[in-house]
Design a protein around this ligand. Structure first.
Ligand SMILES: [Zn+2]
Length: 558
């Protein structure tokens, strides 16, 4: 990206700006007056409003600390490429992250990775590969998809398997506080890995095995904690009995408050299990024979709900500002996170809960059983990722959206129209009106309409003024300051606030590089060597090497 270098270029080009402005003034004085008005305006940011699932109302966002806004989003379970419904979450919460970054100096944004789960184990078995090879590969592809969709990296991206020790500690706290219980079962794993159900309870151990602690010490070396049961059976004679640990929901009086459910049996898949005190109690730890960690309850692995609670507690602390996720996570996942947080430290988990709605396929809910799920990787193979992103943002995040080819075509047409004007334009400051729209509960639907409307009215102004629009756009690309240029820079900034960018084509890039080389030559001539070097360094940062030769300066892409 050459955009940063443009600032240098812009300053030094200022000598020419007077002429350009004069020229414009002669053509259209009222346009110039409007420009002055807009730059002189005091651009105070409006309040951010978010619909909070906890209060079921739109609230003004007040962070716990303005110095560091803390957000947690439930991330992918890395067993296969996400479907477009998952992609909607990533894109919507990326817009929230961008908005918060625009308002606050620091935003801690955690998006976890669930890298241990039944689905992962089943998929790895099906493919006949190690689960860690599967998760590593799926995660790599997920990151590529995110980059294509211009989804920013979160500030923290923890893997559940790096937190097993902390998860065990948290389960112990829940047991100690009376919110969780160890089941009466015990499963005895024999040396070939199969389970035998035993009638007697095991004594509850309070210390983790030293083997487990050592293996989990290095958190950066993710998934090192994975132990193959066969290896352990060969090398050790340790106790192979395992137990379940359940969260006892009757111990948390406000369990139903968050979801607004009147009873526990509706809507959720309840796992029947004779070992539970109540069918609705949920698992914190369960025996596992294929992939497991040593614990006070024998070999096993954590339940999904406790993973998120431990990661958010460890990285952000309770309460944090915003917890995000898909609407399907309200119950039971987020309900259980709230219960676990309370059981652990009698605190709220988060102050604001933001949930996005589903993506339907031809007006039918996307589901594996109907066979109409659409994987993101397949969509990105056939469509420009920016068009996909735009399409995902065209419906408001709290409304269901319908995935159709005609919808994608519409997004593609909008993107083409925007690109014509905005490709190669360096974003300036977003407009007040746009900030107000996007701050109002991330209203991307209206935001997108606003961008189209602003480009259209700018075009009308250009037409009325008798200006040549292509000339104006080219001049804006060269960051020459004039009314049209200023407008385009601000519209480009509006796009950028919702993560829509425009790839510069080779012709524009070449033009930019040559302008910079020319500026560098001028700096050298004026003995402003630091400035000249700055340009060279900026080009280098952007993968362009320059070489001074007898015939002048030559450049090439690294
Ligand atoms: Zn979660």
């Amino acid at each position: 990206m050459i955009t940063e270098s443009r600032t240098i270029q812009k300053n030094k080009l200022s000598n020419n700006l007077g002429d350009i402005l004069k020229n414009l003034n002669e053509k259209n004085i009222h346009i110039e007056q409007n420009a002055k008005k807009s730059t002189a305006r005091n651009e105070k940011k409006p309040e951010i409003k978010l619909f909070n699932t906890a209060s079921k109302s739109k609230e003004i966002f007040n962070p716990i600390s303005k110095k560091n806004v803390k957000i947690y989003a439930c991330g992918p379970t890395v067993y296969r490429s996400p479907h477009v419904g998952n992609a909607r979450s990533f894109v919507v919460f990326d817009c929230l992250f961008r908005l918060m970054k625009f308002y606050y100096p620091k935003v801690s944004y955690v998006r976890n990775v669930t890298d241990i789960d039944d689905k992962i184990i089943i998929e790895a078995k099906k493919l006949n590969i190690e689960f860690k090879d599967l998760t590593k590969n799926v995660f790599k592809n997920f990151k590529k998809d995110c980059a294509d969709l211009n989804v920013l990296d979160p500030t923290h991206e923890p893997f559940a398997t790096n937190f097993i020790d902390k998860i065990i500690e948290d389960i112990e706290i829940l047991i100690k506080n009376g919110f969780a219980y160890v089941s009466d079962d015990n499963l005895e794993l024999n040396s070939n890995g199969s389970e035998n159900t035993q009638g007697n309870s095991l004594e509850y151990k309070t210390e983790h095995s030293s083997k487990n602690k050592n293996e989990n010490k290095d958190e950066s070396n993710d998934q090192n904690a994975f132990i193959k049961s066969q290896d352990l059976c060969k090398s050790s004679s340790i106790d192979l009995k395992s137990q379940h640990v359940f969260f006892e929901i009757s111990k948390y009086e406000e369990y139903l408050k968050f979801s607004g459910k009147s009873d526990l049996l509706s809507g959720a898949r309840i796992e029947k299990n004779d070992l539970k005190k109540s069918d609705q109690d949920f698992v914190l730890w369960k025996p596992s024979e294929d992939v497991y960690w040593e614990s006070p309850w024998g070999r096993g692995r954590p339940g999904w709900h406790i993973e998120c609670t431990t990661m958010s507690k460890s990285i952000l602390g309770f309460p944090f500002d915003i917890h995000c996720g898909g609407q399907d996570l309200i119950f039971p996942h987020h309900t259980n996170e709230i219960a676990q947080t309370w059981g652990m430290c009698q605190k709220k988990c988060a102050n604001y809960w933001i949930h996005n709605n589903f993506v339907n396929m031809n007006n039918e809910k996307m589901s594996k059983s109907i066979g109409n799920t659409l994987l993101l990787k397949d969509v990105l193979e056939n469509h420009n990722p920016m068009v996909v992103r735009l399409f995902l943002l065209m419906a408001h995040y709290r409304h269901p959206m319908n995935w159709t080819e005609s919808g994608l075509d519409e997004a593609s047409n909008i993107y083409k129209k925007w690109s014509k004007k905005l490709i190669g334009i360096q974003p300036g400051n977003p407009t007040e009106e746009f900030i107000e729209i996007i701050s109002d509960d991330l209203n991307t639907t209206t935001a997108i309409k606003k961008i189209s409307k602003d480009l259209k009215s700018l075009q009308n102004e250009i037409n009325k003024s008798g200006l040549n629009d292509q000339k104006e756009i080219d001049s804006a690309r060269r960051t020459e300051s004039n009314y049209v240029s200023e407008k385009l820079c601000r519209i480009a900034a509006n796009c950028s606030l919702i993560g829509i960018i425009f790839e510069a084509n080779d012709q524009i890039l070449t033009e930019e590089i040559e302008i910079l080389i020319e500026k560098r030559k001028m700096f050298k001539k004026e003995k402003m060597y630091a400035k000249a070097d700055e340009i060279r360094d900026k080009l280098k940062e952007n993968g362009i090497s320059i070489k001074d030769t007898k015939n002048g300066t030559e450049w090439e892409k690294d």
